[in-house]
Write a protein that binds this ligand. Structure first.
Ligand code: ATP
Length: 367
C-alpha cells in the first residue's frame, strides 16, 4: 500500500478557476518526489492540498490507506518549508530550530538533544548562537529546513525552497537537500520550476502543465522516453529541437534531405502517410564527422557558436528551420560555414502533429 495516495484530485478555486485536473499519484515511504512545470501549472496548489492548507474540491487523499481529505495539517504529520524562510529575526538559530518543539511543550533536555542533532546534520553547529541576519542565504535556508526536520514528521513538503539563493548557492543546497534526504529517509515532495533541480534530486518527477499531469517517471525515463512534445521540450538543456513536417512517400524532408520514417520508427508506418508529425532531436543527440549508416544526415549553415567551457552550443540554419547542436569545445565550427551532422536513428523522436503524443518508443533501451 502506498504511503500517500492522490486519487483523481481536482482543485476548483471559489472564483471557478480549475487549477488542478484529475491528479493521480501514489507515493512510497522515503521517496523524493519533485513536481515541476512552468509558472501557474498547479504545483503549489497540489502541494497545499497535500499539506491541508487548501481544500480538495474532489478526489481522495489517503495517508497510509486512510482518507485524509478533512484532516488538519497537524494530524497529517507533515512539515512544510516555504520559499521565504520566515525565520524569527530576534531569535537565535538555536531558538528558531527549537521553536516548534517548545510550542509543543517538549521537555527541555530532549529539545536540546534534537536541536544539536539537527544542527549537526545541517552543518549549523557553529552557528547556533547567531541571529538570522548574521547568516548567508544558504545558511538561513538550512535553518528553515532544520525547523521542519526536527519535528520528525512523516512527510516534508518544500515549495521552491532555493528560489531566494544565487545560482552557486542553489547548486550547493541542492546537493545538501539530497544528502539530508538520504540521512533522514523522510518522504519528500519538492516543488520547483527548474528542470535541473528536478532531474538531479528526484526519485520520480511529476511534470505538470496547465493543471494537468503530463508525465510521471524517473529522471532517466522522462529524459529518454518523454510522452509528448511538452515533456520533451521541458526536460533537457538546451531543449530538444522540433521540426514540423507532413509525411510524403514514407519520409519527411528537411533542407532537401530525406528522413525515412521506417528507419527511425524501426518498422513500416503507412498510417503516417499524409499526416503532420513533429520530428525532434536533442542538441546532444547528434554526431559530427560520423560515418554511422544508421543515421540521418543533415547539412546546414552555422549561424552562431557559444563556448561554455565543457561543451559548446552551435546554432544552425537548416533551410527555413533552426536548431541547436551541442558539441565538444574542440569541435566548434567557424561561423557561416556549411556543416554536416548526423542524428543516429536511435536519437530521433517523432510525435503526432495533432495530439503531440510520442510515436517512437523506448529510446532509453536502445541508448
Ligand atoms: P508558480 O510556479 O508561479 O508558483 P504554480 O505551478 O505553483 O505556479 P499555482 O500557484 O498552483 O501554480 O496556481 C495554479 C493556478 O491557479 C494559477 O493559474 C493561479 O493563478 C491559480 N490560482 C492560485 N490561487 C488561486 C486562488 N486563490 N483563486 C483563484 N485562482 C488561483
Amino acid at each position: 500500500m502506498a504511503y500517500l495516495s492522490l486519487q483523481a484530485i481536482n482543485k476548483i478555486y471559489p472564483n471557478g478557476f480549475h487549477a488542478v485536473h484529475n491528479f493521480n499519484l501514489n507515493i512510497e515511504k522515503g521517496e523524493f518526489i519533485v513536481f515541476v512545470g512552468p509558472s501557474g501549472c498547479g504545483k503549489s496548489t497540489t502541494l497545499r492540498m497535500i499539506a491541508g492548507l487548501e481544500d480538495i474540491s474532489n478526489g481522495d487523499f489517503l495517508i497510509n490507506g486512510e482518507r485524509a481529505n478533512e484532516w488538519g495539517p497537524q494530524k497529517r504529520q507533515i512539515a512544510m518549508v516555504f520559499q521565504s524562510y520566515a525565520l524569527y529575526p530576534q531569535m537565535t538559530v538555536y531558538d528558531n530550530i527549537a521553536f516548534g518543539l517548545t510550542l509543543m511543550g517538549v521537555d527541555e533536555d530532549e529539545i536540546d538533544a534534537r536541536v544539536k542533532k539537527t544542527a549537526g546534520i545541517l552543518g549549523l553547529t557553529d552557528y547556533l548562537d547567531r541571529l538570522p541576519r548574521a547568516l548567508s542565504g544558504g545558511q538561513r535556508q538550512r535553518v528553515a529546513i532544520g525547523r521542519a526536520i526536527i519535528r520528525k514528521v512523516g512527510v516534508f513538503l518544500m515549495d521552491e525552497p532555493l528560489s531566494n539563493l544565487d545560482a552557486k548557492q542553489r547548486v550547493t543546497m541542492r546537493a545538501e537537500i539530497s544528502q539530508i534526504h538520504r540521512q533522514t529517509g523522510a518522504t519528500t515532495i519538492y516543488v520547483t520550476h527548474d528542470q535541473t533541480e528536478a532531474m538531479t534530486m528526484a526519485d520520480r518527477i511529476v511534470i505538470m502543465k496547465d493543471g494537468y499531469v503530463q508525465q510521471i517517471g524517473t529522471p532517466y525515463d522522462v529524459y529518454f522516453n518523454p510522452r509528448n512534445v511538452f515533456v520533451a521540450g521541458f526536460i533537457g538543456e538546451p531543449p530538444m529541437n522540433f521540426i514540423r513536417r507532413t509525411v510524403r512517400g514514407g519520409a519527411i524532408e528537411l533542407n532537401g534531405q530525406k528522413l525515412d520514417l521506417a528507419l527511425a520508427m524501426g518498422r513500416a508506418c503507412p498510417e503516417l502517410e499524409g499526416r503532420e508529425i513533429v520530428f525532434g532531436f536533442r542538441p546532444e543527440g547528434i554526431q559530427l564527422n560520423a560515418l554511422d549508416k544508421e543515421a540521418y544526415r543533415i547539412t546546414g549553415v552555422v549561424e552562431l557558436t557559444e563556448m561554455l567551457g565543457d561543451n559548446a552550443n552551435v546554432y544552425m540554419n537548416i533551410g527555413e528551420e533552426r536548431a541547436i547542436l551541442k558539441v565538444t569545445p574542440h569541435q566548434i565550427p567557424q561561423m557561416d560555414q556549411e556543416l554536416t551532422f548526423t542524428i543516429p536513428y536511435k536519437n530521433v523522436y517523432l510525435f503526432d502533429g495533432g495530439s503531440e503524443k510520442v510515436l517512437t518508443a523506448n529510446k532509453g533501451n536502445k541508448a
